[in-house]
Structures are given as structure tokens and as C-alpha cells.
Design a protein around this ligand. Structure first.
Ligand code: PTJ
Length: 243
């Protein structure tokens, strides 16, 4: 039991959540390593949402709303960290949730699907061995024919670089959430939100709600997308913490 007075209460609770994810067969062991890397960057960013992330969130909301076939990709970390929020975002956008794993297995795919359903998710898509995207050799090349395969915009938080690049080469716009502004995913994505997924999801949901019925603001937000600028600002923020 972690005492609420502990200065790192939130962070320790999150670690416990992912520990449970591993025990329940949802998060991969590699997911813990990925989380540790994320935590280090979050620490350097002062564990708060910066202006560059808010701008990227607005752009991401507009892009998802203007997409013809948006899809939300879920892995073993995001399934544990933000299941309710992913389900709500999917509902607001009328977009499917598709489980797509790096360290994949039939059991993990099924467990994550069930976990999302327990949080209200409906018609969760899984990859099919008969459908693949080009330019990728890892198991993540397998996708659902009615989901990522046909998508024009894919939301892929906490992604590995290879797939982000492959999705772009397959003609899709890619929105990611990654605390590391130097990761290949961050560099390759169309829009990178450099912030913690736990802070991003509620803000993204609010942005989608705010922009939903305002076409002019959606188009304006898209016209302002400058991913390189978001990343440079994030890097600058990190170096500001070095005294
Ligand atoms: O469940 P699977 O098998 O699909 O595997 C998922 C992971 C995340 C393990 C897999 O995609 C992977 O290995 O990813 P990477 O290449 O380690 O990249 C994950 C990125 O997410 C890193 O750049 C981390 O800094 C970042 N990250 C980790 N935790 C968070 C985060 N970004 C935002 N919020 C976080 N909480």
C-alpha cells in the first residue's frame, strides 16, 4: 500500500498499475522498460503539460475529427494506463479501437480486447494474418482489414519507430504521444504530442468535444501543424531544467 503522502504517489501508483498489467498478461515486460524511459523524460519535462503539447493536442483533435476513417491503435501499456479514455475517445469520434502489439500473442490480444470491453469498448478490432501493411517486417505489419488497413489517420500512442514510419509510407497520417522528443516515432509522426499519455487523454477528449462542431477552427488548427517546432520546443524545455 502506497501512502498518499508519498511525494511520488502518482508515479508509484502508475508503476503498480503496469505491474498488474504484466501479471494479468496485458502489458509486456518490455512495456515496463518503455515506461521507465518515459518516466525519465517526464521528469525532465517537469511532469506537466506544456504549451507545445497543448498545440499538438488541438491539431490532433482536428485531424481526427476531419479524418474519413480514423483508427485508434491500442497496445499493452495504453490498455492499462488509459482504457476508459480510449473507449470514450473512440465513441466521440465514431472510430474503432484496434489492438496492435509489438510483442504479440493470441492470448495477449484476447486479454486486451476483453479488458477494453470491460471498460465499455465495443467492436474491438484485432489484426488478421491475412491482412498486412507494406514496409514493415515485425508482427505489427498485420492489421485489421476494416481498421488500420483502410484508415487515413491512425492515433498510435507509445509507438515503436518502425511502425510509425511504415504507416506514413502506407499513406496514413500518424498522431502519436511520446515523452521522448528524439524517438524515431516522434520524428516520423505527422503530429507528436510530447507529454504523458495519462495527462494527454483527458485534454484530447476535451479538445475533440470543443472542436466537434466548428469546421473553421478544425481547418485552422490543421493549417498550424508544425511537428518539428513541437519537438524543438520540447527539447528546449528539457534543457531549461539543466542549471
Ligand atoms: O504492448 P506492446 O507489445 O505493443 O509493446 C508496447 C511497447 C510500448 C513496449 C512497445 O511499443 C515499445 O517497445 O515501445 P518503445 O520503442 O519503447 O517506445 C515507447 C515510447 O513511449 C518511448 O519513447 C517512451 O519514452 C514513451 N513512453 C513511455 N511511457 C509513456 C511514454 N510516452 C507518453 N506517456 C507515457 N506514459
Amino acid at each position: 500500500m502506497i501512502p498518499k503522502s508519498h511525494p511520488r504517489y502518482k508515479s508509484l501508483k502508475t508503476r503498480k498499475l503496469l505491474e498488474r498489467g504484466v501479471r494479468d498478461g496485458i502489458t509486456s515486460l518490455n512495456g515496463l522498460i518503455a515506461h521507465g524511459r518515459g518516466e525519465a523524460f517526464d521528469y525532465l519535462l517537469g511532469e506537466k503539460t506544456h504549451d507545445f503539447a497543448r498545440k499538438a493536442i488541438k491539431a490532433a483533435a482536428a485531424m481526427l475529427l476531419l479524418a474519413k476513417r480514423p483508427v485508434i491503435s491500442v497496445n499493452g501499456n495504453t490498455a492499462m494506463l488509459v482504457p476508459k479514455e480510449l473507449v470514450l475517445l473512440a465513441k466521440l469520434l465514431g472510430a474503432p479501437l484496434e489492438v496492435n502489439l509489438f510483442h504479440t500473442s493470441y492470448e495477449r490480444l484476447q486479454k486486451i480486447k476483453k479488458h477494453l470491453e470491460q471498460h465499455g469498448g465495443k467492436n474491438i478490432l484485432l489484426p488478421s494474418k491475412r491482412c498486412r501493411i507494406a514496409h514493415l517486417d515485425s508482427p505489427r505489419k498485420y492489421v485489421n482489414p476494416d481498421g488500420i488497413f483502410k484508415a487515413d489517420v491512425v492515433f498510435v500512442p507509445l509507438e515503436d519507430g518502425d511502425r510509425a514510419e511504415a504507416l506514413i509510407k502506407n499513406g496514413k497520417n500518424v498522431i502519436t504521444v511520446d515523452l521522448n522528443p528524439l524517438s524515431r516515432t516522434s520524428q516520423k509522426a505527422t503530429v507528436t504530442i510530447v507529454d504523458n499519455i495519462a495527462r494527454v487523454m483527458p485534454l484530447l477528449i476535451t479538445a475533440v468535444r470543443n472542436l466537434k462542431n466548428d469546421d473553421a477552427r478544425k481547418v485552422h488548427a490543421i493549417s498550424k501543424i508544425d511537428n518539428k517546432k513541437y519537438l524543438l520546443k520540447a527539447l528546449k524545455e528539457i534543457t531549461l531544467h539543466v542549471k
